[in-house]
Design a protein around this ligand. Structure first.
Ligand code: DUR
Length: 310
């Protein structure tokens, strides 16, 4: 449609490389990506990252390091003899980043502010590196609503805590909303890669994004709780009536900034529990570890499929 082609003109050069919607950047002598420990002059970003096609993000450094090793094996990528995977952003002491051929695995921390800072720098990294048509995928965890722990959820649309399909920014003291849109086609493509043989469900649904894990997600077990169990259940049921199947803390900012940048994006989270049954995350750690492989497995199938088409 018209809006999409407008966004695409704003955000893409004809060769598919990322255009920045900020003319200040090209006027600067150098651009320091402070929280990644990279810079446009200190590093040859085109040489380092020019071939990146898939940017996979998740909360913790360890999970993303595991993902990097996993995807290396899956796509049969060989590191030069005698070398090891390295955390490219180690000296930021903020985020971790691993590169495996066309795949970047980056940790984004918890919640909106952390993801927001990273997204600005990752989008600029795509621009400086002249990456062509990169796809961003968040691989995360969430609380399910009416779904079992271990279920994989592909986000169809992200909603803020007031059930608006957008992310609210405060810029120069003013409130700005940007649509929290994800690529519907990509979501369907990912869903199609979930196998009938998988011993768990993979579903597409709406995701609620909150600014807190406890009171913000209607938990009864935070340091404070000034609502009743009935209030909590009423709230979760209202969410469910709106088609919301899971709750996490990053989807609206991730969707809003990728969409604003014209970057194709998806959010895939595994549910760690069914919030209709409780609030504590108490499954054995081996079980949760296995569950967290599930979104990675789906992303791997997608990456292998795209690479095979090239
Ligand atoms: N998360 C939630 N709620 C849950 C389970 C997981 O927000 O019930 C996600 C988002 C956040 C981190 O990054 O995991 C909090 O544990």
């Amino acid at each position: 449609n018209e809006y999409e082609s407008y966004i695409s003109q704003l955000t893409r050069y004809s060769d598919g490389t990322v255009k920045l919607r900020n003319s200040n950047i090209e006027l600067m002598d150098q651009d320091i990506l402070y929280h990644l420990a990279l810079g446009s002059e200190s590093h040859d970003l085109i040489e380092m990252f020019g071939d990146v096609k898939f940017v996979c993000m998740g909360g913790t450094p360890k999970r993303m390091e595991n993902f990097a090793h996993f995807i290396m094996n899956e796509i049969g990528y060989k590191l030069p003899a005698g070398t090891q995977l390295q955390d490219i952003s180690a000296y930021s002491y903020r985020y971790s980043m691993y590169k495996v051929g066309p795949v970047l695995a980056v940790s984004h921390g918890m919640g909106t502010p952390s993801v927001s800072i990273l997204m600005h720098e990752m989008i600029k990294l795509m621009y400086h590196s002249r990456c062509e048509d990169p796809v961003f995928i968040r691989i995360g965890t969430c609380g399910g609503i009416g779904i079992d722990g271990g279920t994989v959820v592909i986000t169809e649309e992200a909603y803020d805590a007031q059930l608006r399909p957008s992310h609210e920014f405060t810029i120069l003291g003013k409130t700005v909303h940007r649509p929290a849109k994800l690529d519907k086609k990509l979501a369907r493509e990912l869903k199609a890669l979930s196998g009938d043989e998988d011993p768990y469900d993979t579903i597409i649904g709406k995701t609620l994004c909150t600014n807190d894990f406890y009171e913000g997600q209607g938990r009864l077990d935070g340091a404070f709780c000034e609502f009743s169990e009935q209030d909590k259940m009423d709230y979760l049921n209202t969410l469910s009536e709106h088609g919301i199947v899971n709750i996490e803390m990053e989807s609206t900012i991730f969707a809003a900034l990728t969409h604003h940048a014209g970057i194709k994006a998806a959010v895939i989270c595994v549910a760690l529990l069914n919030r209709l049954n409780g609030d504590q995350v108490n499954s054995p750690k081996e079980v949760m570890h296995e569950w967290q492989q599930r979104p990675q497995e789906l992303v791997s199938r997608y990456i292998k499929k795209v690479l095979a088409q090239k």
